[in-house]
Design a protein around this ligand. Structure first.
Ligand code: HEM
Length: 457
């Protein structure tokens, strides 16, 4: 074994001096650090808390996969999110997480996704009626619209068609507002005493409680109704090795976590994809041709997914350039070592996904949109753990196949119905909050698609 080398370090002073720029745009600062300090370095969050940042695939593989048991989710995810979201896949670890993961995984296998396809199609048809009305009066910011479409789809996949539209709106509003509040608590921790005294904390807790009670009543009602083919049914039917099932409260918190994890990520990916395609008519044309040849006029279902080659390349390239989870954070439980890198117990490790996806060492002309990177032949050449939109190791995204189905389904309907253009005069910028969002939105004009004229013999 070689002796460990000291890690390059961004000094406490510089970390502190850069902390305002970091709060404004961490991607800009961390990418500059990677350029100066290399693939793995130490820095101090806000000048205080020590963290190891890495884009080195060997270190990433070690942390996320090889010794994953030694790396728990960070305090922010477990404590802040757990406060509002309860216990569930996102916020637990160890044996409790492993058992839940095994049970919930069934809800995302191919058979279940097949069953979900028609629920997803119905939800999309409903959402697009509203979308169609909105786009008639001029350019729209696609981001909130796609959020609404994906939220309704995930909510229907979870709770089925029997949950009332008003209840979906109430839960959607609660989740959106509470998520924003968690971000404020995280970015401005010094405001937390004020949030408590001013009643803001209580108001957000009450909002969450209202959404909980609506969903809990629905879950209890469903226990006495004929089975559905939604994810809620999978959660209610799941059995531990002793034959017991999940309590209503656990079913509630697991569904809430799936809802939170599952809606904003896909809408984000879709927003960036439409943006990228709007400036590449050649790629857009190939995507349209693929939808035509794979689907014709039929709706898309799970069995069609593997038949999309070029469109899947475009989705992957959009996820490379704009990974919704721009970083993945962990905390080391015990002292550890990944190759040369010593990771003391208690250290925060930041897997800097955006940095790995944009590193010139692993990607030629990394800033260019080039779906050819993801042809099967090129995929075989890629170094493992340099492309991580869905994370990696045992905690890899449980919903990745659902996400691919959802993205393809929404894209297929949008492209068959509409032509779209980017509205002029915009400054499109990515803002890394919990998720990498378009900072000022993305305004686009949609018009009815012009079908190619039929050939006259
Ligand atoms: C393009 C869409 C998506 C992206 C980019 C994405 C990305 C990710 C990433 C990077 C992780 C790992 C986080 C970590 O290791 O700390 C993750 C975990 C997770 N994702 Fe996704 N996700 C997407 C869609 C979805 C959907 C649609 C669902 C559910 C319906 C979902 C549910 C989850 C859950 C429950 C976890 C936690 C898994 C665990 O810890 O066992 N995701 N996702």
């Amino acid at each position: 074994m070689t002796l460990p080398k000291p890690l390059p370090e961004v000094s406490r002073f510089r970390s502190f001096a850069d902390s305002r720029a970091m709060a404004r745009n961490p991607v800009r600062v961390l990418s500059e650090y990677c350029r100066v300090f290399g693939d793995t370095f130490r820095f101090y969050v806000g000048g205080l808390k020590e963290a190891i940042v890495t884009i080195d695939p060997a270190v990433i593989q070690h942390v996320l996969k090889t010794n994953a048991d030694n790396y728990q989710k960070s305090e922010i995810q477990v404590r802040r999110m757990g406060h509002f979201l309860g216990k569930g896949l996102l916020t637990t670890h160890g044996e409790a997480w492993r058992t839940q993961r095994r049970l919930i995984q069934k809800g995302f296998d191919r058979k279940q996704l097949d069953a979900l396809s028609s629920i997803m199609q119905d939800s999309l048809a409903d959402s697009l009626r509203d979308f169609d009305r909105r786009i008639r009066s001029g350019p729209v910011d696609i981001y909130p619209h796609l959020m609404k479409i994906t939220f309704a789809m995930v909510a229907r996949s979870l709770f089925g068609a029997r949950l009332k539209d008003d209840d979906i709106d109430l839960v959607s509003h609660a989740i959106g507002t509470v998520q924003e509040f968690i971000v404020r608590q995280t970015l401005q921790p010094y405001m937390n005493p004020w949030f408590a005294v001013s009643g803001q904390l209580r108001r957000h807790e009450e909002m969450r409680t209202r959404a909980d009670s609506v969903l809990l009543a629905y879950i209890r009602k469903r226990r006495h109704e004929p089975p559905g083919n939604d994810l809620l049914q999978t959660l209610m039917d799941a059995r531990y090795s002793d034959g017991e099932g999940m309590s209503d409260e656990l079913v509630l918190s697991e569904s809430m976590q799936l809802l939170v994890a599952g809606h904003e990520t896909s809408s984000n990916a879709l927003s960036w994809m439409l943006y990228l395609l709007s400036s590449r008519p050649d790629c857009l044309e190939r995507v349209r041709q693929e939808f035509d040849s794979v689907l014709g006029e039929s709706p898309l279902c799970q069995a069609d997914v593997p038949r999309f080659e070029f469109t899947a390349q475009v989705i992957h390239e959009a996820l490379r350039l704009y990974p919704p989870f721009w970083m993945i954070d962990r905390m080391a439980v015990e002292d550890d070592r990944a190759g040369d890198v010593v990771i003391p117990r208690g250290s925060m490790v930041i897997v800097y996904v955006f940095g790995a996806h944009h590193a010139p060492r692993y990607w030629q002309n990394p800033e260019n949109f080039d779906p050819e990177r993801f042809t099967r032949a090129n995929e075989r050449l890629r170094t493992p753990f340099t492309f991580l939109p869905f994370g990696g190791g045992p905690r890899v995204c449980i919903g990745s196949s659902y996400a691919m189905l959802q993205i393809l389904m929404i894209l297929s309907d949008l492209l068959r119905r509409y032509d779209f253009q980017l509205a002029p005069g915009q400054n499109i910028e990515a803002r890394p909050m919990v998720i990498l969002r378009p900072e000022h939105g993305i305004r686009m004009t949609f018009t009815d698609a012009v079908k190619p004229a039929p050939c006259v013999a």
